[in-house]
Design a protein. Structure first.
Length: 242
């Protein structure tokens, strides 16, 4: 494994991150479009001054982000050039518990305001989708499942109910960290299934009730408290709620 180098400011910079940005730059400069083949791994390694294994890791991350398709034996091809030029179109999988914490912090900031706007606007179709997702969440938890899909559907529906499409788009870009953090939290709580179900359902219900009642401040607080409690349960145990 190659050691990270030091940036001018003294912070460690991963060689994989460096390769990731370098390959992304090849796409962002406009020379390559969707379906075009990237240079070979040896060519990219020589151009970027790094090893082939590092190039391979960076390509794997770009594939997970939806920017390239890696076809072993055939090469790597641009999948989403426009997305690359907008910047990293999605976040890849979580690599540390600190990133899980960052995911929850980010969600508190974004989803709290989305819930408040949803309470102001109360778009019937989206709120109906949130209510259906909540019912499915309850049923899945009762069966002892992790219930990832209905949980995410609930949060996406509320983002849509805000009436501002940027909220849902932003959540979609962090879907992989979102999925991982929710799954990890639920998996670690499997030893307390009944308590987990009560906590999860109570917090989600309070959010939706506040939105449906048209109480923006209460909806914002309920959403933030739910996400903060989810993070606490992960790092401090199932009893760590406010």
């Amino acid at each position: 494994m190659e050691r990270p180098r030091r940036a001018p400011g003294g912070s460690a910079v991963s060689r994989v991150d460096e390769a990731y940005r370098g390959i992304l730059g090849m796409i962002m400069d406009g020379a390559l479009g969707d379906g075009d083949r990237l240079p070979s791994e040896p060519e990219m390694a020589a151009t970027l001054g790094i090893s082939r294994p590092v190039v391979r890791q960076a390509l794997g991350r770009l594939q997970q982000a939806g920017v390239v398709d890696v076809r072993w034996g055939a090469g790597s091809f641009v999948r989403d050039a426009a997305g690359a030029r907008r910047g990293d179109p999605t976040f890849g999988p979580v690599r540390s518990l600190e990133e899980v914490r960052h995911t929850y912090e980010f969600r508190c900031a974004i989803e709290g305001d989305a819930a408040a706007l949803a309470a102001e606007r109360r778009l019937a179709g989206s709120l109906g989708a949130a209510r259906r997702a909540l019912d499915k969440l309850d049923q899945a938890l009762a069966r002892g499942e992790i219930a990832l899909a209905p949980d995410l559907d609930f949060h996406f529906a509320i983002a849509t109910a805000s009436g501002n499409p940027f909220f849902e788009r932003v959540l979609r870009t962090i879907q992989k960290p979102l999925e991982f953090s929710v799954s990890l939290t639920r998996t670690l709580a499997l030893s307390h299934p009944n308590e987990r179900r009560l906590n999860v359902m109570s917090e989600h219900t309070v959010i939706l009730d506040a939105i449906e009642a048209g109480r923006p401040d209460a909806a914002r607080e309920a959403m933030r408290l739910h996400l903060q409690n989810s993070c606490r349960r992960l790092f401090q145990g199932p009893d760590a709620v406010e």
